[in-house]
Design a protein around this ligand. Sequence first.
Ligand code: IMP
Ligand code: MG
Length: 179
Amino acid sequence: MERVSEVLISRETINEFVCRLGEQISKDYNGEEIVVIGVLKGACVFLSDLIRKITCPVILDFMQVSSYFNGTVSTGNVHIRKDVDLDLEGKNILIVEDIIDSGITMQSLMRELSARNPKSIKVCAAFDKPSRRKVEFQADYIGMEIPDAFVIGYGLDYAGKYRNLPDVCVLELDGGNET
Ligand code: IMP
Ligand code: MG
């Protein structure tokens, strides 16, 4: 069984970084249109808060992906379970993700979307666990770096549950936190 432990990041702290990111993104894109691509399902809560802090014109789309990883090397492929509806050529793409862990999903997705000739492509993640990287990847915008723990809430799930919790909590799993 799993147990929801202490609050690691409160809703107030989350709100602060969402405002900071929205301001920074609005400043950087300077009124240009942004195609915001939410990575389903985890990013949906963060994305809905973030886009309301962005003052540039925003077009929304979604993708759902799973990455292939054979244990030692990244295959560099991402399996697209749901693709965007839009043609991305010449667009400013901002990928919005819940959390970056090994970095494999985002590295692969960046490679896939870069091949569609966008004008620019950047990544914004709510949370980052840099100590867990298996491939080199750095997001352009990060809400908060967090330690190596399995977290849930604010869109993040364990077996599909807990996405609706307003704060981010550590999840303790019997037999240790194996992610
Ligand atoms: P990665 O960077 O390719 O390893 O994958 C990141 C994905 O793993 C995220 O989009 C999440 O779906 C999932 N993930 C990683 N760490 C956590 C966590 O602590 N809680 C919930 N999901 C996580
Ligand atoms: Mg995810």
